[in-house]
Design a binder for this molecule. Structure first.
Ligand code: DQA
Length: 156
């Protein structure tokens, strides 16, 4: 099983970017912690960050046949990108959307995500630990998928 982690624009600036809102952990440190959990759980994990919408769409399309689940913080594109939403709908993999900050107590333009309706779960406002919570959620989804497959095989 493999998890693809996709980070949108400006997430590469975590640590120095508005620390009161996004915390002081760098993206690399967040990824290191996620990798530890993935290794402990015996799943593969890949990390991708881009400031370009089309590159994120390309990466999502590449996940088809390559990954079993997506953890994505589309950042500002959450609020604008029909293209990223359509790409996620097209490949239809288990998807968890993460927002470090609580977008619901920020500006009104952040309070609508085009990505949430095509995500299985959304984690909002827990700071960088939200990525860890997403890992726990994704691993749980993998267990459920395995259990469903096993019971289908038994009944076949
Ligand atoms: C964000 C929230 C977005 O509104 C913002 O544009 C970001 C980060 C978050 O993780 O809290 O870049 O996705």
């Amino acid at each position: 099983m493999k998890i693809m982690v996709i980070q949108g624009p400006n997430i590469n600036m975590l640590g120095s970017r508005e620390p009161a809102t996004y915390g002081t952990m760098s993206m690399e440190d967040i990824h290191k912690q996620m990798k530890i959990v993935a290794d402990q759980s015996g799943v593969d994990i890949e990390f991708f960050q881009s400031n370009f919408e089309g590159e994120i769409v390309d990466k999502i399309q590449e996940c088809l046949g390559e990954a079993d689940g997506i953890i994505i913080n589309p950042a500002a594109y959450s609020h604008t990108s029909i293209a990223i939403r359509d790409a996620l709908s097209a490949i239809s993999l288990p998807t968890i959307e993460v927002h470090i900050s609580n977008v619901y107590r920020r500006e009104e333009f952040r309070q609508k995500s085009l990505i949430s309706p095509v995500s299985n779960g959304v984690i909002v406002g827990f700071g960088p630990v939200g990525y860890h919570l997403a890992m726990v959620g994704m691993l749980q989804m993998f267990e459920q998928i395995k259990a469903i497959k096993a019971s289908q095989e038994q009944n076949a």
